[in-house]
Write a protein that binds this ligand. Structure first.
Ligand SMILES: [Zn+2]
Ligand SMILES: [Zn+2]
Length: 285
């Protein structure tokens, strides 16, 4: 049986998915196999952008809020200040993501090679499995290598220009997921998400569900209780480890995966509910 907090977490997650799908007001069932959002005019685009922004922000606030509510760490002044800063960055990023998403659907989507493929071909269970496997592999691969790029300091100092904003949160909260520079928000979210359509027939609803799954997974990865497979918070502590999105595939291949042997005692990570775990962390260089 679910305890009270687990029940609240589950309920709020369901609500957040509903909120994120608030653009359903604009959703045409008959066009499901073609596109999730059907946009013909600039006014369609404007309405969609407002609704999608609202949906994304609500989904982010409710999901991250549920994680933070159930996180036993004390909500002292320091933690509330971190959350406030994360929210400032996060809400701004989500608006940019929404604009990119609806602009892609409005201007580019219909010109991709496999657009409306499943309007004329059956969407079988095999296709669903291929779509899921391809999406997860592609997103993780793109995220890993673009993330490595964002840590680059020469010849262009992308670290300073873009990525340091996210790394100011050495001990992030769930709200830290979207606390990034707008360029990073696009590069690691909607850019690879919509490119999945370009290389292979992809059902738009499958992509949409996987997109929301990814954002909820990434919110969980910043919570600090290690809900994700690649221990993303270690990336915030050490900077040069655990670059991957869902799991440690590329980190294992490229030798960037965190290990106790590789990082002896630089960090004493304890669950100290009387204060921020970050107080006990020797900050990464
Ligand atoms: Zn992060
Ligand atoms: Zn990083």
């Amino acid at each position: 049986m679910l305890n009270q907090k687990q029940f609240i977490l589950a309920a709020v997650n369901i609500l957040s998915i509903w909120a994120a799908q608030s653009e359903a007001a604009h959703f045409h069932i008959k066009d499901l196999a073609k596109t999730v959002l059907h946009m013909d005019t600039l006014s369609d685009w404007t309405i969609s952008t407002v609704l999608v922004s609202f949906g994304y922000v609500m989904s982010f606030l409710l999901t991250a809020g549920a994680f933070e509510y159930t996180n036993p760490k004390v909500k002292d002044e320091k933690r509330m200040a971190i959350i406030k800063l994360e929210l400032q960055y996060g809400i701004g990023s989500l608006v940019w993501i929404s604009i990119y998403a609806t602009t892609w659907l409005f201007l580019v989507d219909a010109h991709t090679p496999y657009y409306a493929y499943f309007a004329t071909h059956d969407y079988t269970f095999t296709w669903l499995l291929i779509n899921v496997a391809w999406y997860l592999f592609w997103m993780d691969t793109f995220f890993y290598w673009s993330h490595r790029l964002l840590h680059m300091t020469k010849p262009i100092n992308l670290w300073f220009l873009v990525h340091r904003h996210h790394h100011q949160f050495v001990d992030p909260t769930a709200f830290g997921q979207d606390a990034v520079h707008p360029l990073e928000a696009l590069l690691q979210g909607p850019v690879p998400h919509f490119l999945t359509f370009v290389f292979m027939p992809m059902h738009p609803l499958t992509a949409s569900v996987l997109g929301f799954f990814t954002s909820i997974y990434a919110i969980a990865a910043h919570d600090g209780r290690r809900f994700d497979l690649n221990d993303h918070v270690k990336h915030h502590h050490y900077k040069n480890v655990n670059f991957g999105l869902y799991w440690g595939l590329w980190d294992y291949i490229c030798g960037t995966r965190w290990s106790k042997q590789g990082h002896p005692d630089r960090i004493k990570f304890e669950w100290n509910y009387d204060g921020l775990a970050g107080d006990k962390i020797q900050k990464a260089e």
